[in-house]
Ligand binder design. Structure first.
Ligand code: 6XA
Ligand code: ZN
Length: 348
């Protein structure tokens, strides 16, 4: 399996995030990817490459231009406010919810930071843009490999992407790697693309990006938004809108769900993808479904990830894996690589 590694990921290293009422050290740390990389090397899953750079218009196929421009310049704006900000990450604290204007771009930086985000858990740092932008190249490198005939490819990157919408960041995500890869596959001529999100958290950004479209099917298995982040999206009755009705499938599961029930939920999502007639699959691969994950609540064990890989391979589709969440840092490498190894064993 071809693996694309984001060599700039460490440039994004948040200090603190708002979590349960206090600022705590970030869960989304560089070591996450380093553990996966070491495990990939130890188990020889395939060649590990740095991707080429892809043209920036792949970003604006999914994200709004004003959002991308804001992100690209945000750190410089933050520094211009106060040189002391070099020691502090930018964290939003105002949001224009309901009844507020979102069409006017405020001059105030903090106001724009809030306009383009939805939580206080996603610090923007000096290297966020460089890391996120290089991560998109990993996702596109993997998509290109699959269009070129590879059975599967893996984009190993952080920051993750699936919570980022067309014009907002949140949930540690800035650019939606999986959505950008799916759109790139469409633009490369793949008629119908499915995105399957198996991170613990609902991929609200990816869902929103494709919600009105019949050409990209979004399916997600995740913690029930009644109790689990991101809370405000991910219910089973969200089936798509307009031409997109019937092309969105959410399978929310209660906190505490163990592997047998989780596996049946993924089988349900894969049946939806098969009925859709997908020609390629993008998997948002989060491993925060692991029992010991500190920010999530399912009960999967390390060996279960081999079975997940096998089940995904059995779908028989060219597959782009994109790394998302997972914060049990010591086990994250084994769990993520188990999915890829299970896939490889089954795919042959
Ligand atoms: C709240 C928890 C964010 C979860 C991010 C994640 N700060 N998404 O893992 O997949
Ligand atoms: Zn997650």
């Amino acid at each position: 399996m071809l693996i694309f590694h984001n060599e700039k990921h460490e440039l994004h290293h948040g200090k603190l995030e708002m979590f349960r009422g206090e600022l705590v050290p970030c869960f989304e740390v560089p070591d996450r990817v380093n553990h996966v990389l070491r495990e990939l090397q130890a188990r020889s899953l395939g060649p590990i490459e740095i991707p080429p750079s892809f043209p920036a218009d792949a970003l604006t196929r999914v994200h709004s231009r004003r959002y991308v421009e804001f992100l690209a310049g945000a750190w410089d704006e933050w520094l211009a406010l106060d040189p002391g900000n070099a020691q502090r990450d930018a964290i939003p604290s105002f949001w224009p919810i309901r009844t507020f204007r979102c069409d006017v771009l405020p001059a105030n930086f903090q106001a724009r930071l809030g306009l383009f985000s939805y939580d206080a858990g996603t610090p923007l740092t000096a290297g966020t843009w460089a890391a996120a932008r290089a991560g998109v190249d990993c996702a596109l490198g993997a998509a290109k490999a699959v269009v070129g005939g590879a059975r599967a490819a893996f984009a190993l990157t952080r920051p993750p992407g699936h919570h980022a919408g067309a014009d907002f960041f949140g949930g540690y995500c800035f650019l939606n790697n999986a959505a950008i890869a799916a759109q790139w596959l469409r633009d490369a001529g793949v008629e119908r693309v499915a995105v399957l999100d198996i991170d613990y958290h609902h991929g609200n950004g990816t869902q929103a990006i494709f919600y009105k479209r019949p050409d990209v099917f979004f399916a997600s298995v995740h913690g029930d938004p009644r109790t689990e982040y991101p809370f405000y999206l991910g219910y089973a009755d969200e089936r798509g809108e307009g031409e997109g009705v019937g092309f969105n499938l959410n399978v929310p599961l209660p906190r505490g769900t163990a592997f047998a029930a989780w596996r049946e939920a993924m089988a349900q999502a894969l049946r939806g993808i098969s009925a859709f007639g997908a020609k390629a699959l993008v998997v948002s691969l989060g491993v925060d479904t692991f029992a010991k994950d500190p920010v999530a609540g399912f009960g999967l064990q390390s060996a279960d990830y081999l079975r997940i890989g096998e089940d995904l391979a059995a779908a028989g589709l060219p597959t782009v894996f994109v790394f998302e969440g997972g914060y049990a840092v010591d086990e994250i490498g084994v769990n993520a690589v188990n999915v890829l190894e299970g896939f490889r064993e089954r795919a042959g």
